[in-house]
Design a binder for this molecule. Structure first.
Ligand code: ADP
Ligand code: MG
Length: 318
C-alpha cells in the first residue's frame, strides 16, 4: 500500500511537537507564519546530516532524529540564543514508516525538552539526507560570537572532550562500546542552558563540532589572536584520559561531535563566571588562554611545547 507525501506530513510532522504561542500558522500551508519576539534578534542556523558522510547506513533512526536537531541547537547554544522554531527537510529513499516513526520520536523528544516547535519542512525522495534549520532569539548585545576574543582571555570549555571521537573510533574497529560513551556520540546534549547563561557574560564562544583544535582555530582567526592550551587541564573521561597518558591527544583535540561550548572570558571575570556556572550546575573547566602570537601552542603535561595544526574535520580537505 503506497503512502503519499501528504499522508506522511499529516501523520509524522504536522503534530510532532507542542504548539508555541508565537506560531501563528504551522505546518500545512505554503509558509509558516511566525511572530518574532519584539526587540530581540533572530538567530538562525542550518545543518545537514548525509548518510555515509555523517552517519553509517542503517544508523538508529531515533538517535538520528535526536542528533539532527541537537547539532542545530548546539549552534544556538554557542550564540547564547533561546530556541524557538525548527524546519526539517528530509530526503528519504522510501516512505519507510517504521523508520519515520522512530526518527520523529527522537526529534520530538529533544524538541520538547527545549520547547521547539516544528513549523515546516520539505519531504523528497532520494538518498537519505536530513537537514534541520533552527531559529531562536537573543539580545543582539549579548549574542556570543567567534570574533570577540582578546589576548589574555582565559579559555574555558564545558563537559568533557573526545568521548564521541573515541566512541566512533571503537565502533569503526568493531570493538564493544560502553553505553555512556555511545550516548555521547549518538545523543549529544546541546548546551543550550549554558549558552544562555554565558550570553552577555563572556567574550568569544563556539560549539565544538569539528574538534577542539579546529574550533579554537576558528575563534583565534576570527578574533585575530592565538591560543595556548594546557593539555593537563583538559576535562577527560577515564577512557580518553587513559589514551592521553600515552601522549595520544587525538580524541580530545581533533575528534569532532562533542558539542561542548568553548568560550573566552576576561581574566577579571573568571571567578564570577565560575560561581555562576557552579550555582547553575554547569561543569566548566579552564584549559588555557588567548595570546597575541597567532597559532595554537600545546603545553604537554611534562612541560614540552608543541604546535597544533588545526586538523579537525573539513569536508573538502579530508
Ligand atoms: P509546498 O509544495 O507548498 O512547498 P509541501 O507540499 O512541500 O508544500 O509541504 C506541505 C506542508 O508540509 C508545508 O507546510 C511544509 O512546511 C510541511 N512539510 C513538508 N515536509 C515536512 C517535513 N519533513 N517536516 C515538517 N513539515 C513538513
Ligand atoms: Mg515543497
Amino acid at each position: 500500500m503506497a503512502v503519499s507525501e501528504f499522508d506522511l506530513i499529516r501523520q509524522y510532522f504536522a503534530h510532532a511537537t507542542a504548539s508555541r504561542d508565537d506560531v501563528v500558522l504551522g505546518i500545512g500551508d505554503d509558509c509558516a507564519l511566525l511572530r518574532p519576539v519584539p526587540g530581540q534578534t533572530l538567530a538562525v542556523s542550518i545543518d545537514t546530516l548525509v548518510e555515509g558522510r555523517h552517519f553509517a547506513a542503517g544508523a538508529d533512526p531515533q538517535a538520528l532524529g535526536h542528533k539532527a536537531l541537537a547539532v542545530n541547537l548546539s549552534d544556538l547554544a554557542a550564540t547564547g540564543a533561546s530556541p524557538a522554531w525548527a524546519t526539517l527537510a528530509l530526503t528519504l529513499p522510501a516512505a519507510d514508516t517504521v523508520w519515520l516513526e522512530a526518527f520523529m520520536q527522537g526529534f520530538a523528544a529533544l524538541a520538547g525538552e527545549h520547547r521547539v516547535q516544528l513549523v515546516g519542512g520539505d519531504t523528497t525522495r532520494g538518498p537519505l539526507s536530513i537537514t534541520v534549520q533552527v531559529h531562536g532569539f537573543v539580545d543582539a548585545a549579548d549574542a556570543l560570537r567567534r570574533d570577540a576574543g582578546h589576548s589574555g582571555d582565559r579559555l574555558l570549555v564545558s563537559g568533557t572532550l573526545g568521548d564521541a571521537a573515541l566512541a566512533l573510533s571503537l565502533a569503526s574497529q568493531g570493538k564493544p562500546i560502553d553505553v555512556t560513551l555511545r550516548e555521547r556520540l549518538d545523543r549529544p546534549q546541546p548546551r543550550v542552558a549554558l549558552g544562555r547563561l554565558l550570553a552577555g557574560r563572556v567574550r568569544a564562544a563556539i560549539d565544538i563540532s569539528d574538534g577542539l583544535a579546529a574550533d579554537l582555530g576558528h575563534v583565534c582567526v576570527a578574533s585575530g589572536v592565538g591560543a595556548r592550551l594546557e593539555l593537563a587541564r583538559l576535562p577527560l573521561t577515564p577512557m580518553v584520559a587513559a589514551l592521553a597518558l600515552t601522549d595520544d591527544w587525538k580524541a580530545p583535540l581533533s575528534g569532532g561531535d562533542d558539542y561542548e561550548l568553548l568560550f573566552s572570558v576576561a581574566p577579571e571575570d573568571v571567578d564570577d563566571l565560575r560561581r555562576v556556572c557552579a550555582v547553575a550546575g554547569e561543569a566548566v573547566t579552564e584549559i588555557g588562554r588567548l595570546v597575541d602570537k597567532p597559532g595554537i601552542e600545546l603545553i604537554h603535561p611534562d612541560g614540552h611545547v608543541s604546535k597544533e595544526s588545526p586538523d579537525g574535520f573539513d569536508h573538502f580537505r579530508s
